[in-house]
Design a binder for this molecule. Structure first.
Ligand code: PEP
Ligand code: MG
Length: 593
């Protein structure tokens, strides 16, 4: 199937805007595949020699990487490669591969694949995060050896052979952290959705991405020319000259539109009839701060601190965290910086906490639940946040709240942290504001009971939608059911915003729904004060807010609340967008239907 050089188009989900045209690099998140081939008795020796040469070559490659990593003083990372070298020197494994070649008269890569896969499936039966890491070490090494047997490019995200478009089954948040960002032109994955953290990261890194591309890896080979259209979620493999030309033109057109939108960054996000909204930035790394400023964010609406934790081999200590949070706060002195306490768990696992894998991680030990279960971890972060609050613009936010008792417990721990600092005469903002994320249906429904405890609400639609509609936000199979404009979601948003108004509580929305212009009319119609999103998304949202009239948006929202389906609500928004700014339609997640 992979040998065809005909043009193939696959449509998935748009994950991060932009168009990339380049060379594919297929990365095996699974063990690299090897086809079985029968060989003659005379070929046995040749295959064994090929295996040995590949093992030696792999050893050399690993040692080079190890030296490189050592020279960058990343000692912990360098040790990973000791484990890789041990696998290559494992005589039991290597002898069993040679035996298989001799006995069954099969090719070396297939024999190596078969034996390592057997190891991996045995290891995978043991539910222990340390041991499952070893399975991924074996996968890594096996993929290298198989690639070397076949004289193919080595598949790894950490060390790319130059500018490449990454083709893979899935990308995890930790992959995105370790990848060789300068050389990633775009990525395309078989799994995932617009709200999976890898997609969010792609937007933050401004790398075009398409996800949920079914069976894509069956059709793409490393080295193929490929186009990734991150606006529509389409990829084109082996494009014809006509397609290449069309995409070059599209790239120029969209690029121009985006340039125009950037040039409008200093304009106020205000409706024609004079109602002002705020556009804030979601950030994951300190390096995102520059973009937030460039696109004139009104502040930081969500700083996802978990990447500080995922990124390091040990838990970040208090001083490290203080420095990190202060750096962001200093950049936005006159503006607010909402820092979310760590949201680990779900798809953001932390090995050093020794967490056992769960059957339903998104329904399990995650976010505030995990923090309340690890008081020292939580209190270290709370003290750090308080210490960083000296510029008086930091606000603290707790994720995944489901009940009043969780808020009460979190606030008690915050009070204890304040007392500790007071005793030591360490300064902090005594009036620091505290808010919660409303991202579970229970929190949305009892918003009135939660309101008295907090200063602000921030709606996390990424999770709110997954929990309300019972749709895994990372699953491409049920992505068609993930509908932000589903009447059930709009009704929950209405309940939250009405409650916030009644309690005089400031309200923001920081889920990906805020970044997609197709939903802006609903959010403006609800009167949500702030929409927080990845900085690159601000231009389109700003543009259409400036073309709206508040009463029209309110009217569309009211009508939507009476609709039965998301198709009906989306139609109302589409018709309005077509009227006020059809250009922007291409930048929505659904295009011009
Ligand atoms: C959300 O759930 O909408 C949100 C902003 O949080 P995260 O995407 O980090 O889960
Ligand atoms: Mg969330």
């Amino acid at each position: 199937m992979k040998s065809s050089k005909d043009e193939i188009k696959i449509k998935g989900i748009a994950a991060s805007p932009g168009i990339a045209i380049g060379t594919a690099l297929v990365i095996g998140t699974r063990l690299a595949h090897a086809e079985k081939r029968k060989i003659s008795a005379e070929e046995v020796e040749k295959e064994i020699n090929k295996l040995e040469a590949a093992l030696n070559k792999t050893k050399e490659q690993i040692k080079i990487i190890q030296t490189e990593v050592h020279s960058k003083l990343m000692d912990d990372e360098a040790h990973i490669f000791d484990a890789h070298l041990l696998i290559i020197d494992d005589h039991t494994l290597i002898n069993s591969v040679k035996e298989l070649i001799k006995k069954e008269k099969v090719n070396a890569d297939y024999a190596f694949h078969k034996k390592t896969q057997h190891y991996i499936s045995t290891i995978n039966k043991i539910k222990d995060s340390y041991i499952s890491e070893r399975a991924s070490d074996i996968k890594d090494v096996a993929s290298r050896v198989i690639a070397n047997i076949n004289n193919q490019e080595i598949e790894t995200l950490k060390h790319l052979p130059g500018q490449r478009i990454i083709i893979t089954q899935e990308i995890t948040p930790s992959d995105t952290i370790s990848m060789d960002k300068d050389n990633v032109q775009a990525f395309a994955t078989e799994s995932g959705s617009r709200t999976s953290h890898a997609a969010i990261m792609a937007r933050s890194m401004k790398i075009p991405a398409a996800v949920a591309l079914k069976s894509m890896t069956h059709y793409v080979n490393s080295g193929d020319v490929i186009i990734v259209d991150g606006y529509t979620g389409t990829i084109v493999i082996n494009p014809t000259p006509g397609s290449l030309n069309a995409y070059i033109q599209k790239e120029a057109y969209e690029g121009n539109l985006i340039k125009n939108l950037i040039s409008e960054s200093s304009l106020r996000p205000e409706t024609i009839d004079g109602f002002r909204f705020q556009l804030a930035a979601n950030i994951e790394f300190l390096s995102d701060v520059e973009d937030a400023k460039k696109y004139c964010a009104a502040g930081i609406g969500l700083y996802r601190t978990e990447y500080l934790y995922i990124n390091s081999k040990t838990l970040p200590n208090e001083n490290e965290q203080v420095e990190n949070y202060k750096t962001v706060a200093k950049h936005f002195k006159e503006k607010h910086v909402i820092i979310r306490t760590v949201d680990l768990g779900g798809d953001k696992l932390k090995d050093i906490l020794n967490l056992q894998p769960e059957d339903n991680p998104f329904l399990g030990y995650r976010a505030i639940r995990l923090c309340l279960g690890f008081p020292p971890l939580f209190q270290t972060q709370l003290r750090a946040l308080l210490r960083a609050s000296i510029y008086k613009n930091v606000k603290i936010m707790f994720p995944m709240i489901c009940s009043v008792s969780e808020v009460v417990k979190a606030l008690e721990l915050l009070e204890a942290a304040k007392e500790e600092l007071k005793e030591k005469d360490i300064p902090f903002d005594k009036n620091i504001e505290v808010g919660i994320m409303l991202e579970t249906p229970s929190a949305a429904i009892i918003a009135d009971k939660l309101a008295p405890y907090v200063d602000f609400f921030s709606i996390g639609t990424n999770d709110l939608i997954q929990y309300t509609l019972a749709v895994d936000r990372n699953s491409e199979k049920v992505a068609y059911l993930y509908q932000p404009a589903h009447p059930a979601i709009l009704r929950l948003l209405k309940n939250i915003t009405e409650t916030a108004k009644k309690h005089n509580i400031w309200i923001s929305l920081c889920g990906e729904m805020a970044s997609d212009p197709i939903y802006t009319v609903f959010l403006v119609g609800l009167g949500i004060h702030e929409l927080s999103m990845s900085p690159i998304s601000m231009g389109a949202v700003r543009r259409i807010i400036r073309k709206m009239k508040l009463y029209e948006a309110e009217d569309i929202m009211e009508k939507s609340l009476k609709c039965s389906t998301a198709d009906e609500t989306i139609k109302l928004s589409l018709n309005y967008l077509r009227k006020i700014d059809p250009d922007i339609l291409n930048l929505t997640s659904i295009g011009d239907l």
